[in-house]
Design a protein around this ligand. Sequence first.
Ligand code: NDP
Ligand SMILES: O=C1O[C@H](COP(=O)(O)O)[C@@H](O)[C@H](O)[C@H]1O
Length: 626
Amino acid sequence: MSLANCLLPFSQSGTTPSSSTCSCHLAASFSNFPVSSRDLSASRNESLVLNGGGSNLCRKFCGLKLWILKSLNLKQGSHRKHQPVNELKTRSEHTFLSDERGFTEETKAADLRPEENILGIDLSDGYHKVGDLPPLSKQVLEGISDVQRGASLCIAVVGATGELARMKIFPALFALYYSGYLPEDVAIFGFSRKNLTDEDLRSIIASTLTCRVDHQENCGDKIAVFLSRTYYINGGYNNNREGMSRLAERMKQIEGESKANRIFYLSVPQEALVDVACTIGDKAQAPRGWTRIIVEKPFGFNSHSSHLLTKSILSKFEERQIYRIDHMLGRNLIENLTVLRFSNLVFEPVWNRTYIRNVQVIVSESIAQTEKYSDGYGIIRDIVHSHILQTIALLAMEPPISLDGEDIRNEKVKVLRSIRKLDPRDVILGQYKSSSQEKNGVVLNGVDPTYCAAALYIDNARWDGVPFLVRVGTGLIKHRVEIRVQFRHVPGNLYRENIGINIDLGTNELILRGEPDEAILVKVNNKVPGLGLQLDASELNLLYKDRYSTHEVPDSYEHLIHDVIDGDNHLFMRSDEVAAAWNILSPVLEEIDKHHTAPELYEFGGRGPVGAYYLWAKHGVPWADD
Ligand SMILES: NC(=O)C1=CN([C@@H]2O[C@H](COP(=O)(O)OP(=O)(O)OC[C@H]3O[C@@H](n4cnc5c(N)ncnc54)[C@H](OP(=O)(O)O)[C@@H]3O)[C@@H](O)[C@H]2O)C=CC1
Ligand SMILES: O=C1O[C@H](COP(=O)(O)O)[C@@H](O)[C@H](O)[C@H]1O
C-alpha cells in the first residue's frame, strides 16, 4: 500500500486544542510500515537505507504511527525487529493481562491519542509539523513540569554510584533519551546507600555523559534536561526497606495521577541482590503500570545458589517481569546469528550435522578486565554460563514459531537441556602468569581461571556428534570475538587434487566477527586467474565498517535496556535457561572447587594455554589461529 502526500486528520481530543489536519509525506515501505520518503535513500547497491537510523524516524512518528496503524487496520508483527526501522518506543505495545496477583496492564495502542506521542509534543497544536522537533528553548524546559504532566516511565538504577551505573547504565539511558527512545517525561532515579543529594548524583552522571558523533545537535540542552529529570534516593545503611519506601513515594509524586511503568536496574553486588529485589517487590512495584527488573550477571555461583536466587526473586515477581542481563548479548553479532539463519534461504537447509563439521565460539580479550568484574567467580561463571551458552543456544536452536521472546526462549531452553554435561576431560583451564597481574592491577586468587577452552556436544537429532568448541580468555594476544561454523568436506570432491594436501583448508566456513572489526565472512574456493587450474580459498566479506560507515553503533546496554522498555525478552535468560546452563557446567565447577584444580599458566598477551591446541586436535577441529 502506498501513501503519498496524504492529509491525515488527527482525532479531536476533548482536552487538547487541536487542528484538524497535519500534512505529512509518507512513502510506501517494504512491510506496511509508513516511512517518510525523506528517510529513504538508495544505497550503493540500490537497497533502501534509512537515514539517521530509527531514532530520527521515531522522533517524528511516535504517536502518529500508532494512530496510522490503527486507522489503517494494519497489524504489526509481534516482534519489533521485523520492522525496517526501530520499532517505536511505545509505552503501549506490550500488554500484561491482569492476574490474580494484581499485575496491572498497560495502556493499549488504541488508547493512545496521536497527540499523546511519547515525546510529549502536542502534534495537534497546528504549529508543529510531523517531523519537526521544537527547539529546546528555556520555555520548553520550564514547561516540563512533573506536577503538570506526570512521568509515564520511571527508571531506577539501584547501585547508582557503582562503576557499572556510572560508566554504562546512565550513559546508555541518556543515549536512549537523546534518540527519543525514552519518553520525554521519563524520570530517572539513582539509589544507593550513600548520603548524596540530587545535585551530587547529577554531577556524578554528568561526568560520564557524552553525545555520540551523530548526536551532536542540542547535545548540551539534552544533557541538561536529562539531568533535570534525575533524582537521588539515599537508601541508607540500615536496610533497604525504608529507602525503597522513600523511592516509591518519590516515584508516586513524580508520576502524579498518570498511569506509569517502572523499571528497576539492579546494579548491585551479588550479595545485595536478593534483599534489593525482594524489597522492590514488596515496596516499590508500580501501582498502575507494569514493573520490570533488570538483574545483572553472574546469576548465582552454582546450580544450588542460583536456584535459591531464582526462588527468592520469583517469590516477588512474575517470570515475565525479570530481565537477566548479559550485555555481551546486546551485540550486533548475536542478533546476526538469527537474522542470518532465518532471513536467508542458503543457511538453514545446511544448518545441521550432515553439513556442519564443527562450530567454534571464540571470545578473547587482550585486556585483563574479566577478573575485576567476575570478582572471584572466574571466567566460566562470568562468561561461559551466560554469554557462551546463550550464543550456542541461539545458533543451534530449532526455528522458533515466531520472533516473540517467549517463543525464542522456548527453543533456547530445549537446546540448553540437550547439551551434554561438560566432561572435565574436555576442558582446559588457564590463568595468565602472576607477574603480569601487577601490571594490570588485577589480583588473581590463584585458582580462578582467566581462560577456558571446552568441547561441548548437543545430543539431539540436528547436532549429534558435532563438536562445539569454546575458547574464552583474557590477557590474550588479540581482542577477538568470533563465531565460526565450519562445513564438512565436499563428498567426492572433483577438485581435491587442486586443493592441496591439507583439505581442511578447502572447507567452507561461515565466520561472524564482532567489534571492533565486525564482519560476516564466507570462505569459498575459487579459481585463481590464469592458465591451469589453481584453486584459492577466499573470503566473501561483508565488512561493517565499509558497508555501514556512517552508522553509529549503539552500546549493547543501550540495545538491551531498549529491549526491556519494549518488553522484548529474547536476549535475556529465563529461569529455566539459567538452571539448564548451570547443569551443563556443574561437573567442571564441582571438580575445580573440590580439587582446587590448578589452571595452566600462560603469558599475559600470549596465545593462552598449549593444552587448548591439544583439545582442538582431540575433537578433530583445525585451530582457527589468532
Ligand atoms: N562493572 C561492570 O562492568 C559489570 C558489572 N556487573 C555486575 O553489576 C553489578 C554492579 O557492578 P559494579 O557497578 O561494578 O559494582 P560496584 O561495587 O562498583 O557498585 C555497587 C553499587 O551498589 C551499591 N550497593 C552496594 N550494596 C548495596 C546494598 N546493599 N543496597 C543498595 N545498594 C548497594 C553501591 O553503593 P553504596 O555502597 O553507596 O550502597 C554501588 O553503588 C555486580 O553484580 C556486577 O557483577 C556485570 C557485568 C559488568
Ligand atoms: O560482562 C563482562 O564484559 C566484559 C567485556 O565487555 P566489553 O563490552 O568491554 O567487551 C568482560 O571483560 C567481563 O569479564 C564480563 O564480566
